[in-house]
Structure formats: C-alpha cells, structure tokens
Design a protein around this ligand. Structure first.
Ligand SMILES: Cc1ncc(COP(=O)(O)O)c(C=O)c1O
Length: 351
C-alpha cells in the first residue's frame, strides 16, 4: 500500500535546513542497502566501508560511531570525553546550551558558557576558566565545545580554530566540535574536512548529515583516540546504538564518499548569499550577523515579516527586536529566494 501524499511537494520554506527532504542519492543509498540481511549494531558491510571512508577523509587514527541525531552525537561525545566531575565550556549561543533540553545537564555536566559575539568563542576566555580548577568546590572545566558553523551562521577559519585548540590544550581541555553544519563551514572556507578538524587540533567531532541532505542519523568521529573512553558502551547506555546501523552508515557513505556533502552545503551557502544580497539591498533591512553559512539573520521593516509569513515559515529569533532567521538548504532554489526577496520588497506576494 502506498500512502497518499499529504503535503505540497513544491513548497519550500526557510524555517530550517531540516525542513528539507532527503537528497535523491541518499534515498538511493538506502534502497541499495535495503535488500537481504546484514549483521546488526554496526557489524554490517556499509558501516565497515564508512570506517574506511572516514579514515580517508579525516586521517588514519579517525574512528566513526553512527548515531540517531545531532543531540545524541553531542551527548555521546561529551560523556566519552569528560570525567564525572568535569564541566563543558561552550558559547552562550551553543545549541548544547540553548536547544538540547538540558541533555548535557541530565548527563551530569555543568555547562560553563562564555560570551560569543556572532556565535564565536575567543581563546582569551579560556585561561581564567582553567585557573578556576584550583578550586575543589567548583566543577572542573574539562572540555571546550565549539560549534562549526556556529548557531549564528559564522565560521572559525582553520587558523582561528588552531588558536582555540592550542589555547584549550595548553589549559588542559579536550576539544569537541559540534559539526551539525561543519559541511557549510568547510564549503565556505574552501578547505577539507580534515583541515578543519584533525589538522586544526580538534579531538572529537559531531558530524552532521541530517541537515545536509540526510534522512536521519549523524555520527561521532573521534580524531584523537586518547581523548575518549568507553564510546561503544556509552552509545548503548544512552540509547544511541541503532540496531539497523547500516541505514545510517549508507546515508553517511552517500554524503561523504564522493563529495555530495560539499556540493549540498556549497549550494545551501550560495542560496544564503543570494538571500543576503537581495535582502540587504532593500531599504530598512538590517542583517544582524555575518553570512558565512546557510542562514541569514535579519531585522525587517515593520510588517514585512508578517507579510512573508503568509507564504513561508521561518523562525522569529528575537521577539523583542523582531530579528528573524531564514535558513536555506540543499534544495532551496534561486527562484525560492528571489520570490521571498520580491515579496519583502513590496513588489507583491505570490498567489
Ligand atoms: C548546531 C546544532 N547542533 C546540534 C543539533 C542537534 O541536532 P538534532 O536535532 O538532530 O538532535 C542542531 C539541530 O538543530 C544544531 O543546530
């Protein structure tokens, strides 16, 4: 039995990159992996191939752990990296802090947030936090978690990352990167995944696939094996060991193996650039953060956001200032962007 289609397949919004469907190559990979039986819990041939591909992309010491989602990747990574008495240092805008329903706290971690203009953490924030370790009454900062690209659509260059990882390691922190959108950062910066992680001193990465054309499933990639302990067991204990792991691995293979991750992210970024150019040319529009990934933050003239909302959904980021967040994805088209910009410019809202 086929189900009836309940939605308009031509509708594309700006609400989030995970409003988008699945890239056809990823769907095809799922179908390829589907027939016949394969061992469960990651002992299948697709996960085995994924291990090879991840070593090729990230270096010979890299190992990969497929999980159901981005929050799961972060939580597994942090549990494997931090001791029970340690705290996690992150940006005040970090998804970890603002949008994971206190999952880190549920797992016993105190978060120490630092100011993060445009979503970015500065290495200058670290020494004072490290110095506080002398106080045995305080949670001991053990891991620095950075988002790349950040929740505000900015990126750390490889040099900026190296400065952060050097400062963190000097202060005794391990470094985790929440890479739910690392593809967008790499595409923007024109560097490989390895240059942005292993070569920049990152210890553990949460690698995002869902927001970049996947159906479901992300993974933890360990770059420094000495930075973690117990990851396979933590996956199971934290409900992040998919019995049919082959279907997550197949998606990751489809994205990573021949560079689909880069093509998808570069396209989403280009659509954000187009949107940025269109909106910033309109009178009364303020772009509130640099556009370096697949998202535009803007304050629009009075009434414009309400008018646009009649046709597209997108997030109100700050109700007090009227700031909105408009996200693009691998399947956003130039026509989608131009229609929204036209509507914002009072030239009319599409029927
Ligand atoms: C930066 C960042 N990290 C992690 C996540 C968590 O991903 P998931 O919703 O798959 O748990 C998100 C989701 O929006 C995100 O934006």
């Amino acid at each position: 039995m086929t189900i009836p289609r309940l939605h308009d397949p031509d509708r594309r919004d700006f609400g989030s990159d995970n409003f988008a469907g699945v890239h056809p190559d990823v769907l095809a990979a799922l179908a390829t992996a589907n027939l016949g039986h394969q061992p469960s819990y990651g002992a299948d041939v697709y996960t085995e191939r994924l291990r090879d591909v991840v070593r090729r992309e990230f270096g010979p010491d890299a190992s990969v752990y497929p999980v159901f989602n981005g929050t799961g990747a972060n939580i597994i990574a942090l549990q494997a990296m931090a001791q029970r008495w340690e705290a996690i240092v992150c940006a005040e805008s970090a998804h970890l802090h603002t949008d994971e329903c206190a999952a880190p706290e549920h797992h016993g971690f105190k978060l120490i947030t630092v100011p993060s203009p445009h979503g970015l953490v500065s290495p200058d924030a670290l020494p004072a936090i490290a110095a506080d370790r002398a106080n045995r009454h305080h949670a001991q900062a053990g891991v620095l978690s950075l988002s790349q690209s950040t929740e505000l659509g900015t990126c750390y260059s490889p040099d900026e990352l190296r400065a952060l990882t050097d400062a963190a390691h000097r202060s005794g922190f391990r470094v985790h990167v929440d890479g739910a959108r690392i593809a967008n950062a790499a595409a923007r910066l024109g560097v490989s995944l390895r240059e942005l992680t292993t070569d920049a001193g990152v210890d553990v990465l949460s690698f995002g696939a869902t927001k970049n054309g996947g159906m479901f499933g992300d993974c933890v990639i360990v770059l420094d094996p000495t930075a973690v302990a117990g990851l396979p067991y933590l996956k199971k204990a934290s409900t992040q060991l998919p019995s049919k792991t082959r279907f997550i691995s197949a998606q990751l293979l489809a994205l990573i193996e021949d560079g689909l991750w880069l093509r998808n992210a570069a396209h989403a970024n280009a659509m954000a650039d187009r949107l940025h150019a269109g909106l910033s040319a309109l009178p009364g529009v303020t772009i509130t953060h640099p556009v370096q990934a697949n998202v535009v933050f803007a304050v629009l003239p009075d009434g414009v956001a309400d008018r646009l909302r009649r046709h597209w959904s997108f997030s109100t980021w700050n109700a007090a200032t009227g700031e909105v967040r408009l996200m693009t994805s691998f399947d956003t088209t130039a026509e989608d962007v131009d229609a929204l910009v036209r509507a914002a410019s009072h030239e009319g809202v599409p029927a």
